[in-house]
Design a protein around this ligand. Structure first.
Ligand SMILES: [Zn+2]
Length: 143
């Protein structure tokens, strides 16, 4: 492994997420059954999990995954308690909501400058990936 998760996160925050500079975010490799990356927590303390089989993944893919989770965290921070409850319920139970949320989140990743990295992540995702497709990201990156 030529990179440390913590350094990757710090670099992304410092380049593209100024509002997260003082936010506590823990990072760990973990056996995740459904996802390659996951996040959780609250304003006081967020965490990001990285699937343990990605220990040898390219730095680009890890950057794409962490940028994606950081966009979820920023969105979560901006929701009221009431909205958070509804967001969680809808995300779990409504596949259309989940798809819209993931696609919107991927647009944020592109706006933060990590579209190229996101492509690496999407390529590694299962077919049930609910965010943007590789072709869509490529189209959106054309200026
Ligand atoms: Zn996501």
């Amino acid at each position: 492994m030529v990179y440390e998760l913590r350094n990757v996160l710090d670099e992304i925050v410092s380049n593209s997420f100024p509002e997260l500079k003082k936010q506590k975010i823990n990072l760990k490799y973990e056996k995740l059954s459904e996802y390659l990356f996951n996040f959780g927590g609250t304003m006081n303390h967020y965490w990001i999990s990285v699937e343990s089989t990605l220990k040898k993944a390219s730095k680009k893919l890890i950057q794409g995954g962490i940028a994606h989770e950081l966009c979820h965290i920023v969105n979560d921070m901006n929701l009221s308690k009431y909205m958070k409850r509804n967001d969680l319920k809808l995300y779990k139970k409504n596949s259309r909501y989940r798809q819209m949320d993931e696609r919107h989140n991927d647009l944020q990743v592109i706006l933060r400058g990590y579209g190229i990295h996101l492509i690496e992540l999407i390529k590694k995702c299962s077919k049930e990936n609910e965010g943007l497709t590789v072709e869509e990201v490529k189209t959106l990156l054309k200026r």
